[in-house]
Design a protein. Structure first.
Length: 406
């Protein structure tokens, strides 16, 4: 039986106490931990609820820094993120509409998730949070399957999206959790059964969303994890693909195969977006057109072969960053990913936190693979879950330090 989030997190809060602390500090610790668990679960259902809980977690974290005189600590990859935030603000200052770009840059506040997870998800709490994420994703997947099968959300005009606002956000979150579930099955030391039971529902929900980018990302994550476990396990993937196409509804199978169709309208529009993005980069290589300005300037750079007259973004993460924020921002973002991947790899091969480290690596490859077809790094819900999952392995290794402990 899977424990409730409150029970699990409350138990963990008493298991990882660093030193005896004032009662106010203990309450902040517990409140912050529960709020963080709420963020990890709620963002799969409601961005508003998740951000309210994140605000509570931020307040508790700041309170602990003051009450317990704790040192500010974060994993190494956080500093490239800070640099990325800085270069984003520079881009906003040189934007064609600085005010609108600065307003859009408020999303940078979400980077605080990294030190918050690093502070609260220490020790075995990381495994508890992973279970929370898996369990909530299972519920979200079942909602999507219900929408497809009972409510007839079974076409491109009306796709399963759970309780979220967009099917791409919905499928993107499930894609990330597929990596977590498979990593636990392959590398977890316990609780593999729950992950194995959840995984089919996650995969089915992603397929029924008709979202090809999420399917590509999930397959890339699975391929990486199978390779890390045993290269020979890759032979399983063609078998899974054959079973999928044999069992999938005709519309779903047709949607997945359409990614190989050169005449597919979406594919042609994606290629046109690449050319438009290249022109934007050529025109403003250092600072880009500005955060949230692609939609406004798209008609100016629109390719003659484009299908859509307007596009809010370029459906490609590296291209979007370079066009929107400039080539220096892209290089800093690659620095962030390189640092993160290298440190996760070291953690995985050290034999410590293999499940969480493998899950983090799977999340990165899923984001990148899907991110060549969708600007998922700019989606708040996706970014929040991504940052939670890649920080968990480092948090599990972390011991809280006081300012006096230098």
């Amino acid at each position: 039986m899977v424990p409730t989030m409150e029970q699990a997190l409350t138990a963990e809060s008493h298991a990882d106490v660093v030193t005896p602390q004032p009662l106010s500090g203990s309450r902040l610790e517990l409140a912050g931990l529960i709020a963080l668990g709420g963020v990890a679960g709620a963002l799969q259902f409601s961005i508003a609820a998740a951000q309210i809980l994140l605000t509570i977690a931020v307040v508790c974290w700041l309170g602990l820094l003051l009450v317990r005189h704790e040192r500010f600590e974060a994993p190494r990859f956080f500093w490239p993120l800070i640099a990325y935030a800085g270069i984003t603000l520079v881009s906003a200052a040189f934007s064609i509409d600085p005010r609108a770009s600065f307003i859009d840059s408020k999303q940078l506040v979400l980077f605080l998730i990294v030190p918050i997870v690093y502070r609260f998800a220490t020790g075995s709490r990381g495994l508890t949070l992973a279970t929370v994420v898996l369990s909530c994703a299972a519920v979200s997947a079942l909602i999507g399957i219900f929408q497809y099968g009972i409510l007839h959300y079974d076409n491109l005009g009306q796709r399963p999206q759970g309780t979220l606002g967009h099917y791409m956000t919905y499928s993107g979150l499930l894609m990330l959790v597929i990596g977590v579930a498979l990593a636990r099955v392959l590398f977890g030391r316990g609780e593999r059964t729950w992950a194995a039971l959840v995984m089919p529902a996650l995969a089915v929900a992603v397929a029924l969303s008709f979202t090809r980018s999420a399917a590509v990302g999930a397959c890339a994550a699975a391929a990486l994890l199978l390779t890390l476990k045993d290269f020979r396990l890759l032979a399983v993937l063609p078998i899974v693909a054959a079973v999928f196409f044999a069992a999938a509804p005709g519309k779903v199978a047709a949607r997945m195969t359409s990614m190989f169709n050169q005449q597919d309208a979406t594919r042609r529009d994606r290629m046109a977006m690449i050319r438009a993005g290249e022109h934007m980069i050529g025109a403003r290589p250092l600072t880009g057109v500005g955060p949230n300005m692609v939609l406004r300037v798209y008609p100016e750079y629109r390719d003659s072969d484009a299908v859509q007259k307007l596009n809010p973004h370029l459906h490609n993460v590296p291209l979007q960053i370079a066009a929107e924020r400039g080539i220096p921002a892209l290089l800093i973002w690659l620095w962030f990913l390189g640092t993160l991947t290298l440190d996760l790899g070291r953690l995985f091969y050290s034999g410590r936190q293999r499940f969480l480290a493998a899950a983090g690596l799977a999340v990165i490859i899923a984001m990148l693979a899907a991110g060549f077809f969708e600007y998922n790094f700019g989606d708040s819900e996706f970014l929040m879950l991504f940052l939670v999952l890649v920080t968990l392995p480092f948090a599990a290794e972390h011991t809280v330090s006081l300012k006096s402990e230098v």
